[in-house]
Design a protein around this ligand. Structure first.
Ligand SMILES: [Zn+2]
Length: 246
């Protein structure tokens, strides 16, 4: 009888559990939850984020354009919320934005046309890359329940300057080399950078006085790493044999 009742009880989907866990870790660091539209104007998805008109980066993201609605896209990242939030709030700003994003690409074991991302944004007078590094290290250590090292590598995203890729030391082999880190000891986890002055301006924030960082992480990727899932599609098929393992 007990067993029967237990089997009938529902539980949160692993993605929801993961989003709740991420929110909770960032909430402990003073970040607030923020939210925005999934169907978005080209302005908030690209223009205000310093993507030049006709810049290849707009195609790079394999955008879904909405039929019969001019200049409207399914958002390609959660960064649209950066601008919307800055328009309505003054620094200091600390937000975390989990949500669905859309890319028009073929699906395979590591790519879905719709997936979950979370965005972080912090803006005040003294935010630096050092602050960013500390916040991300704290997050990753809590999330993977392991001490980790963080490595920053230069990269390019239109909305940040400088842009960086963030690697963490492998939580599985602790740097010795294994299949998860492809024997390098490091795992690429996210993209980040200092918010570009043009983006602050678009948000109505004085870029002389304030600075900030932003980062974006694939929640699917974190889930795959944390639970050793090798096919991202499992997260979205609603197969109870899979979902009930969490
Ligand atoms: Zn490893």
């Amino acid at each position: 009888m007990d067993d029967l009742n237990k089997n009938k009880k529902g539980h949160l989907h692993p993605m929801t559990q993961m989003i709740n866990e991420i929110n909770s870790i960032f909430s402990d660091m003073g970040f607030e939850f923020a939210d925005g539209p999934e169907m978005e104007s080209e302005y908030y998805n690209f223009d205000a984020l310093n993507f030049e008109k006709n810049h290849p980066a707009r195609d790079m993201q394999d955008t879904f354009w909405v039929k019969d609605k001019e200049n409207t896209v399914m958002r390609t990242h959660t960064s649209n919320v950066q601008i919307r939030y800055m328009e309505n709030n003054k620094p200091p700003i600390r937000i975390i934005v989990p949500g669905k994003v859309f890319r028009n690409e073929a699906t395979d074991a590591t790519h879905e046309a719709q997936f979950y991302q979370f965005e972080g944004l912090m803006v005040d007078e003294t935010t630096t890359l050092g602050t960013l590094k500390g916040v991300l290290k704290t997050f990753l250590e809590k999330f993977f329940s392991k001490d980790v090292e963080i490595r920053l590598r230069p990269s390019y995203f239109p909305f940040v300057e400088p842009g960086i890729e963030v690697d963490m030391s492998c939580f599985s082999c602790e740097g010795k080399g294994c299949s998860i880190c492809k024997s390098t000891g490091w795992i690429e986890v996210l993209g980040a950078g200092m918010v570009h002055p043009n983006v602050l301006k678009a948000g109505g924030i004085d870029s002389e006085k304030y600075q900030g960082f932003a980062f974006g992480v694939g929640i699917d990727r974190l889930a795959m790493l944390k639970y050793g899932i090798d096919d991202v599609r499992l997260l979205y098929q609603g197969d109870l044999r899979f979902v009930n393992q969490f």
